[in-house]
Design a protein around this ligand. Structure first.
Ligand code: DGL
Length: 279
């Protein structure tokens, strides 16, 4: 069926619209950084839901409900009749592994015309790089327990040993800027102690908050593993999908990167600082 909004290019969306990026809080900024760099002519609208973070300790149904509300309401600006408002985004990046695991399928089913890009822990490139190796995948409890992740993991279990651990306290530490405290160092020391002597080849950062504590992870392990995250893969995917429908901008002299957070200004300022932080 042709939607009444559809233009001659076949898309209901327009080049000039921003790309929307969503996370449960400030973690998705690690994905926004890569997108901002890889898509230099695009405007971005970042929505973080710190008021409801962490998502990773909620039930999948709760995460689904929160994700639908924000991605459809604040990013795509979907109207009740299924059309999209002009001040919405031309693509929605769900920059959260937890929200992707819980909601991407339903989001795509409800919005077949929209470009909805999700994340998955980067165990594929890690397993390809280290055949027969030991890979530690760190994520939230929802991601580690999700059907989506376990299906992905089962495809690579013959190629490498994949150890998946939930690390709920990292999200909280990043959200509250508490990543340099002794208390946080002790927490990481404890969760990573089984991998200090019995080393791993690679660490997959399966939560978008985690790239902001890479240094602390290296310190706790006492050596430098190879790190894998989802940012490059997701950026390539966004470029490919927008190109497909001729939705990539070729110029934008007055580029805008707007950052909103459900918890207000303090988290918006933290998000801006994280966007600039060297990783
Ligand atoms: N940043 C999110 C992820 O990638 C989860 C953080 C949370 O638990 O809210 O999984």
């Amino acid at each position: 069926m042709v939607n009444s909004q559809q233009t001659i290019s076949g898309s209901v969306f327009k080049k000039e619209q921003p790309i929307g990026v969503f996370d449960s809080g400030v973690g998705g900024i690690s994905i926004l950084r890569s997108l901002v760099e890889g898509l230099p002519m695009e405007d971005f609208r970042y929505i973080g839901d710190s008021a409801n973070a962490p998502y990773g300790t909620k039930s999948e149904d709760e995460v689904l409900e929160l994700t639908l509300k924000l991605v459809e309401g604040e990013i795509l600006k979907r109207n009740s009749d299924g059309t999209y408002a002009e001040d919405g985004c031309k693509a929605a990046v769900v920059a959260c592994n937890t929200a992707t695991a819980a909601a991407i399928k339903v989001l795509r089913e409800r919005n077949p015309q929209a470009k909805i890009i999700g994340l998955e822990p980067a165990i594929k490139p890690a397993a390809i790089t280290y055949p027969g190796g030991r890979i530690l995948m760190m994520a939230t409890a929802v991601t580690v327990a999700s059907e989506k992740y376990n299906k992905l993991k089962s495809q690579f279990e013959d190629s490498a040993e994949i150890i998946s651990i939930p690390c709920p306290n990292i999200v909280d530490a990043v959200e509250t800027s508490n990543t340099n405290s002794d208390e946080f160092a002790m927490y990481l020391d404890e969760v990573l102690s089984p991998y200090k002597e019995n080393t791993v080849d690679a660490v997959v950062l399966g939560c978008t908050h985690f790239p902001f504590v890479k240094k602390q992870i290296i310190k706790a392990l006492g050596y430098m593993p190879d790190f894998f995250d989802s940012s490059d893969g997701v950026t390539r995917q966004v470029v490919r999908l927008l190109k497909e429908d001729n939705l990539l901008r070729s110029e934008n002299p007055d580029r805008k990167i707007s950052i909103y957070n459900s918890q207000g200004e303090e988290k918006e300022n933290l998000s801006r600082r994280l966007l600039e932080m060297p990783l």
